[in-house]
Each structure stands twice: as C-alpha cells, then as structure tokens.
Design a protein around this ligand. Structure first.
Ligand code: DX5
Ligand code: ZN
Length: 215
C-alpha cells in the first residue's frame, strides 16, 4: 500500500481549513507542502509562516519539499514551523551532505529531490544517509503537468540501488500522478505518491485518496 501525500499546491487558499479537515478525515498519510522561491523554480508559493498555521490544523506528517536555493538558511525555520520531512534539491545544494546532516541533527527526516534531467546514479554516495528520494516526474514549479514516462526507468534504477544496499529509503514520485499511472509507478518500486490536481480537482477528493491508497 503506497503512502499517499496530497500536495496542497492545488488546495483552495481561500479556505485552507476546509481542505485540512478533508485531509485529516481521509486516508491521506502525509501533507505534501511545496515551498518555491521564484529563483530555483519559476514560481513562488509560501514559507514557514503558512506551514506554522497549517500545523495547528493537522497531526499528519508534514512532508516539506523545498524548491529553493540556499535551503540551509531556512532549515531551522521549517523545523520550528512543524516540518517532519524536509526535502532539498540536489541541484540546489553544493554541500548536500552537510545539508542532510543539518536536517537530521534537528530531528527531521531528510529527503533529496532530483529534477527530471538529473540521473539517479548521482545519489549513490548519499543514499545511505537519507530517508527519502523525491523523484520529480515533471519539471518543478507548477501543479497539473503531465507525467514524464522516463521516470519509470529512474524508479527501477533507484529501487535496485536501494535494495542492493539493503536500505530503507522511500521513493516518492512527484508530479502528474493519476489513478491511471499510479499502478505502474508503484509496480516500478515507488513507495510514496504525491498527488495535487488528481486529489484536489477530483469530484470527491476523499474517495480519490482512498482509491490511490488501494493501488
Ligand atoms: C511541482 C510540485 C508538486 C505538485 C504536483 O513542482 O513539486 O508537488 O504539487 O502537482 P500535480 O500532482 O498536480 O502534478
Ligand atoms: Zn512537490
């Protein structure tokens, strides 16, 4: 059964409380929270302040995906805001190992995200130090894009790397996940499904979350 992590990028920001209530009462495992800085990605979303408010509305795991440059400057702020998992982009970190240690020393789970063009082989020497790999299956920045099929090849390669080393690292797929492609994603070896539009644009989001859980 996959971990299902609805992305609040597609939520209704005029009434976030209603979406939180829906998620809390659903089978959703994690809140996936997309932080964008307008530099690493061509879009801007929210930061620790909004996450701090959301924290008061939910006890679920907060999976924070930082699409920002210099994430090390904000690690502590996201911890204080209530992040459980903190994911940084490999493309944004010159000192990735140091950033991972910083995240873990603050008691959060550490994730590394990779863009569609970045080979998973680059994770070889960091994989044993992290809890999660977020494979971007779209170019980061926006919700509602189409799944890039090459991601399936990357999932299998990463699954082999993790299994060969006997590690317990989650493989999270982020972008363009639908009810139609979710099974092939899980079969390839992914353990976490992020879903923005698929959940929040569904006629019945709660039911959609249940269907994704049953994959
Ligand atoms: C994109 C974000 C995703 C986004 C996915 O940069 O990282 O988490 O919300 O949205 P969907 O599921 O609509 O592709
Ligand atoms: Zn994301």
């Amino acid at each position: 059964m996959p971990i299902v992590a609805p992305s609040l990028l597609s939520a209704n920001y005029l009434n976030l409380e209603a979406d939180c209530k829906m998620l809390n009462e659903s089978e959703a495992d994690w809140y996936h929270l997309d932080v964008m800085d307008g530099r690493f990605v061509p879009n801007i979303t929210f930061g620790p302040m909004v996450i701090d408010f959301l924290r008061k509305a939910s006890n679920k795991v907060f999976d924070v995906h930082l699409m920002i440059e210099e994430p090390e400057k904000y690690t502590e702020a996201f911890k204080k805001a209530g992040a459980d998992n903190l994911t940084v982009h490999i493309e944004a970190c010159t000192h990735l190992h140091r950033n991972i240690q910083q995240i873990k020393s603050l008691g959060m789970k550490a994730g590394v995200a990779v863009n569609p063009h970045t080979p998973v082989s680059l994770l070889k020497d960091i994989i044993a130090d992290i809890d999660l790999v977020c494979l971007m299956s779209v170019n980061p920045g926006f919700g509602g894009q189409s799944f890039i099929p090459q991601t399936l090849v990357k999932i299998r390669e990463l699954r082999n790397m993790i299994d060969e080393k006997g590690l317990n690292v989650d493989i999270e797929i982020d972008g363009g996940v639908t009810l139609e492609n979710a099974k092939s994603i899980v079969d390839a070896g992914a353990t976490v499904l992020v879903a923005g539009n698929t959940v929040f644009r569904a006629p019945n989001p709660t039911e959609m979350i249940s269907l994704l859980k049953k994959i």
